[in-house]
Design a protein around this ligand. Structure first.
Ligand SMILES: NC(=O)c1ccc[n+]([C@@H]2O[C@H](COP(=O)([O-])OP(=O)(O)OC[C@H]3O[C@@H](n4cnc5c(N)ncnc54)[C@H](OP(=O)(O)O)[C@@H]3O)[C@@H](O)[C@H]2O)c1
Length: 352
C-alpha cells in the first residue's frame, strides 16, 4: 500500500491513557519526528493526569471528538481489547492512520473487517507487536535469516512472570472483555514463533493445555503451553506461567546447523534496568553476541513510534502488518479452542 508521504513532525492522537497508554504517550513525546497533539481518556482523573503531563495536547472525553481533530494524522489506540474494533474502525473511516495495540481484535471477523477498511481508506494499519523491534529478539530473527542455524526446526518462546494487572474496571479479568488470556501475553510469543520459523511456511495446527490456580475461574489461565506445527516440519513451543515472580523470558531456536539462546530478566516487565544475553552455537563454537542497545518493552515502544514516523514520512515498511496481527489472533483463538476441546486444532478450521 502506498500513502502520501507526510512531513515531520507526525501528529499523534492517543486514545486510552491507562497503564500502557501512559507509556505510549511518553514514547511519542520522546521520539524525534513525533508530536502528541491529542489524548482521549474516559475518567476525569485520567483526563486530569493527561492535562497535567501534556499541557500542549488537546484532551478529549469522547474518542469521536478526537477523530474530528484535523491535526491528528495517526491514532494510537491503547484501549481494553473489547473496544479495539469499534474505535479502530471509526479511526480508519475518519481518514486517520492507526497504531492498534495487540490483540488486533478479539475475533477473526474483527480483524478481517479492519483490514478491509484500512485497504478501502488507504490508511496504514500497524499492530503493536513491539518485540519484533527489540535489539535482541530482532537479532535472533536476523541471525536466522542470515543462515546461522541452517534450516530452523524448533523454537521455544517461554515466559515466567507475576500475575497480570487488573486493568481499569478489572477488564483484563473479565473474559467477556479481554477475549481470552492467550490474547493477552502469549500472543506476543506466537507472533515471535511464527516470525522465527517463517522459512517453514505457515503454521498449520496447535495443541494447547492450560490451568488456573483459581477453582472458580478456570478461564483465567495462570499456566499455558502450546505446540504449534508448521507446513514444512518445524514446530514451536509457546509457554507461559503467571504463577511465578518477576519477569523472565527465554527464546531458544535450533536448526539443522546451529542454535540460538536469548534470555531477558527484569524485576518487572516495565523495567529500564533489565539483564539480557544472546548466545549461539554455530556448529563448532559457542559464542556471545553483543546487544547494541537496551532491550525491553519500554525501549521497543519508543522504537515502534520511531518506526511509524519513518513509515509515514519516508515510506519504509511496517515491522508488523495487519496480516501479521490477524495471524496472531488466529493462533491464539485456535489455542484457546484446543484447550476447550482438548484436541489438536488446525488453523483452517477457524478460517474456512
Ligand atoms: N504491546 C504490549 O506489550 C502491551 C502491554 C500492555 C497492554 N497492552 C494492550 O494495551 C491495551 C490497554 O492495556 P492497559 O494495560 O493500558 O489497560 P488499562 O490500564 O486498563 O487502560 C485502559 C484505558 O482505557 C481507558 N478507557 C476505557 N474505555 C474508554 C473509552 N471508551 N474511551 C477512552 N478511554 C477509555 C481507561 O480509562 P480510565 O482510566 O479513565 O478508566 C483506561 O485508562 C490492551 O489492549 C492491552 O492488551 C499491550
Amino acid at each position: 500500500m502506498t500513502t502520501e508521504k507526510l512531513q515531520t513532525p507526525i501528529s499523534f492522537g492517543l486514545i486510552g491513557f491507562g497503564a500502557w497508554g501512559k507509556h505510549h504517550a511518553d514514547a511519542i513525546a520522546k521520539t524525534d519526528g513525533a508530536k502528541l497533539v491529542a489524548i482521549c481518556a474516559r475518567s476525569e482523573a485520567s483526563r486530569a493526569a493527561a492535562r497535567e503531563t501534556y499541557p500542549d495536547a488537546t484532551i478529549y472525553e469522547d474518542y469521536r471528538e478526537l477523530l474530528k481533530n484535523p491535526a491528528v494524522q495517526i491514532v494510537d489506540c491503547v484501549l481494553p481489547s473489547y473496544l479495539h474494533h469499534e474505535v479502530s474502525s471509526a479511526t480508519l473511516r475518519a481518514g486517520k492512520h492507526l497504531l492498534l495495540e495487540k490483540p488486533m481484535g478479539v475475533s477473526l471477523a474483527e480483524c478481517d473487517d479492519l483490514i478491509a477498511i484500512a485497504r478501502a481508506e488507504n490508511r496504514i494499519l500497524a499492530i503493536g507487536h513491539e518485540l519484533r523491534l527489540s535489539s535482541m529478539w530482532g537479532q535472533v530473527k536476523t541471525l536466522i535469516e542470515d543462515g546461522y542455524l541452517g534450516e530452523p526446526k524448533y523454537a521455544l518462546v517461554e515466559l515466567s512472570r507475576n500475575p497480570y494487572r487488573q486493568g481499569a474496571d478489572g477488564w483484563r479479568y473479565d473474559i467477556s472483555r479481554v477475549g481470552n488470556w492467550v490474547l493477552e501475553e502469549p500472543i506476543h510469543f506466537f507472533d515471535l514463533a511464527r516470525w522465527y520459523l517463517e522459512q517453514s511456511g505457515d503454521p498449520i495446527s496447535v495443541y494447547a493445555a492450560a490451568n488456573s490456580r483459581q477453582p472458580d475461574h478456570p478461564e483465567l489461565q495462570d499456566n499455558f503451553s502450546a505446540i504449534m506445527h508448521f507446513e514444512k516440519g518445524a514446530y514451536a513451543v509457546v509457554s507461559q506461567t503467571l504463577s511465578a515472580f518477576e519477569h523472565h523470558q527465554t527464546v531458544k531456536v535450533t536448526g539443522t546447523k546451529g542454535a540460538l539462546w536469548a534470555s531477558w530478566s527484569g524485576a518487572m516487565d516495565r523495567t529500564r534496568h533489565p539483564t539480557y544475553s544472546l548466545r549461539g552455537f554455530n556448529g563448532e563454537n559457542v559464542e556471545s553476541f553483543p546487544i547494541d542497545k537496551p532491550t525491553g518493552e519500554l525501549f521497543e515502544l519508543e522504537d515502534q513510534i520511531a518506526m511509524l514516523v519513518n513509515v509515514l514520512s519516508s515510506g519504509t515498511s511496517l515491522s508488523c502488518t495487519a496480516e501479521d496481527g490477524r495471524w496472531s489472533v488466529l493462533m491464539c483463538l485456535a489455542a484457546q479452542k484446543s484447550i476447550d476441546d482438548q484436541r489438536i486444532v488446525r488453523f483452517d478450521e477457524l478460517t474456512s
